[in-house]
Structures are given as C-alpha cells and as structure tokens.
Design a protein around this ligand. Structure first.
Ligand code: DX5
Ligand code: ZN
Length: 355
C-alpha cells in the first residue's frame, strides 16, 4: 500500500463502540488482496477470514497459506474464523500466518482446550463459535480460556443468509457472562446476516464486534457508507436499547486511575497489568516532586476502570501514603538542620526511600 492510499483511507471512528469486522467470503475470491485493500479503505476495523474445509461445513474457501499472503497487504487485525474439523492440527500455521485472533467451533470432535491454550500462548485472542442450534452452555467448560465468543446467527457455510434474531436474543447475555473473568478485551462477536437492517438489534444486545460480509460487497453499494451506517446503527441500538439513551463509550478510551512518583507508579502499573489490563504511564502535569520530577499518571481503559478500582483502590492508597513519606523524607533531608546532606542528590535519596 502506498502512502497515497493511506491518506485516502477514512479515519477510524474512535468515538464509536461497535467494531466492524469485514468478511471477505463474498468478495471476488480470485482477487482477495484487492478485497482486503477495499475493506481497509472503507474504514473496517478488522478483516474476518472464513476458513472452511468442506467437511465441518459444506463449503471450501482458503487456508493459512492464503492468509499469510494477505497479511502483507494490510495493517488491519485479522480475525480467523476456522470452520474446520481439525483446527488443532493446523493451529501453528494460522498463528504463523499472522492472525490476531483465532476462533474455532465448539462442535468439533477434536480436543478444544489445547488449541485455545496454544492460541493464547502465542499472545493472540482465542475464541469459540457455536452454530445457531448449539446451546451456549456448551462453551462453559472453556470459559476461562476465552477472549472471544462468536455467536453464529446463520448456519455456518455461506454468506448472504437471513439473520436469526431469536438466536442472538437467547445467547447474547450468557455469552457476555462467559467472558466475565476478563477485566479487559472481552469480545462478543456476531456473525451472519448483519447489515443495515439488523445492525440496530445487534447493537441493542451489547455486541462488541459485528461481522459484515455480503452487505459490503453488494453491487452498487458504497462500501465505506455501508460500514459507517452499520456502525452508527449498532451504536444507536446500544445507546437506546441498553444504555438509557447515553451514547456508548468507545472501548479503547482511557481514563486516569492514579498519579504517583515514577517508582511507585511503576509498581502499581505492574500489578494492574498482571491481571490483563493494559496501562498507559505518562509523565503528568500535576505535582512536582522534591526530585524535580512531576508525578506520573496511570491511564486504564475506561470500561475496565470499575474492576480496576475494585481490586486496586487499596494498593493505590498504600502507594499514595508511601509517596507522602517519600516526599517528607526528601524535605527532611533537604532541611537546613542537616547541612551535610546538601551534597546528596535527589535520586540517591529516592533510591534510599524506595528501599
Ligand atoms: C458464514 C461465515 C460468515 C459470513 C457472513 O459461515 O462465517 O462470516 O461470511 O456473511 P454475511 O454477512 O453475508 O452473512
Ligand atoms: Zn465467519
């Protein structure tokens, strides 16, 4: 992709909650590279890759090799949807191909947990998908290994089918509950029949990622406009269907959780990241410490803040008290009553105070 193309790509709507994952199943399969560039230029957030083996589903599409070649064509994240009977046998190929997430089906006969563990061990997001007729309870044994639950609202195998609203109504809340162990990054995906007519219902069920296929590749439709429409309608569905008319919060919006001297801020950051919540640490513009350095701010994803507060308010309080003692120690050191300490540098003191 040349720079020119990048500047022509519509900016991603960071104020939106709904994510659009574009399925290229109904694109010109003879020119998938072009299809991937088109969905990126249209403002899709991700590419949804439908892998079918002609066995688990009555259709055959493409595999890891094709995905590996497509990987060079775009920066967009790749969500692999493996509708194959033996994902465990090929999982390394899909990880090697550069998939950011891999979702397998719960109806396979092969062992499921080892494959989910392999996906996570590779630092990717692991998901389970289920056919419309499969009860959501089938996923319960694997809940702790999941980052993604993908609800099929059509029978897997083909694009362009009719959306099954009753299936989503039955499974959306239990799917969310299965991911409650995750403080950050839990995603409920809906796949099948999502378009401008059904997006609002999907949004009203709190779905995070909408897979959109044939609706993007319909002749005569402006793909970028379709992406904007589906996203806006999903957010509206969320706003009025489950958020009391309040506009939804984008999942990657960050909020300040603490401001502390650097060495103490780092301790809190390590503790929060240990439970899977990303933290951004920035030198703030608040309190200047005796060592001349301002406090550092810790930012956490706004949707994770309540869970972070629940777990880390006490530690934050302890560190705030430590910071006070540390500052007081500095002041004591610098006080005229002890001319000998005038030579000591702030940093020496900081190390000493931090033990
Ligand atoms: C179907 C696939 C879907 C499909 C979606 O088995 O898993 O991802 O491509 O296409 P539409 O949006 O046309 O239903
Ligand atoms: Zn799919």
């Amino acid at each position: 992709m040349t720079t020119r193309d990048r500047s022509s790509r519509p900016a991603r709507d960071v104020s939106s909650r709904a994510r659009i994952s574009a399925s290229i199943l109904d694109a010109d399969l003879g020119n998938l590279a072009h299809a991937v560039r088109r969905v990126e230029a249209a403002g899709a957030d991700r590419v949804h890759l439908d892998v079918m083996d002609g066995h688990f589903v009555p259709n055959l599409t493409f595999g890891a090799k094709t995905i590996k070649h497509l990987r060079r064509r775009t920066q967009l994240p790749f969500d692999a949807h493996l509708m194959i009977s033996e994902p465990g046998r090929y999982i390394d190929d899909y990880l090697d191909a550069g998939c950011d997430s891999v979702t397998i089906h719960v109806e396979i006969e092969e062992a499921i947990a080892p494959t989910l563990e392999a996906i996570r061990a590779a630092g990717r997001a692991a998901g389970l998908s289920l056919r419309p007729g499969t009860p959501i309870e089938a996923l319960e044994p694997y809940a702790e290994l999941l980052d993604i639950v993908m609800i099929m609202t059509v029978e897997p195998g083909f694009g362009g089918q009719t959306f099954m609203g009753d299936v989503l109504a039955r499974k959306a809340e239990p799917a969310r509950a299965l991911l409650a162990h995750k403080l950050f990054g839990a995603e409920v995906h809906v796949d099948g029949g999502v378009n401008r007519e059904t997006a609002e219902i999907v949004g009203a069920h709190g779905v995070d990622v909408l897979v959109v296929g044939s609706a993007l590749f319909l002749k005569g439709r402006d793909m970028a406009r379709e992406v904007r429409l589906v996203r806006a309608l999903a957010d509206e569905g969320y706003q009025y269907g489950r958020n009391d008319g309040v506009p939804p919060t984008p999942p990657d919006r960050m909020v300040a959780f603490a401001a502390l001297p650097k060495h103490l801020a780092q301790r809190l950051m390590v503790a929060i990241e240990a439970v899977g919540v990303p933290v951004v640490m920035l030198r703030g513009d608040g309190q200047v410490n005796p060592d001349g350095i301002r406090d550092y701010e810790l930012l956490v994803p706004i949707l994770s803040e309540p869970a972070v507060a629940e777990r880390f308010t006490e530690l934050r309080g302890t560190l705030i008290a430590d910071a006070e003692r540390w500052r007081a120690g500095f002041a004591a050191q610098a006080s005229p009553a002890d001319p000998a300490s005038g030579g000591a540098s702030g940093a020496d003191h900081a190390d000493h105070a931090a033990g």
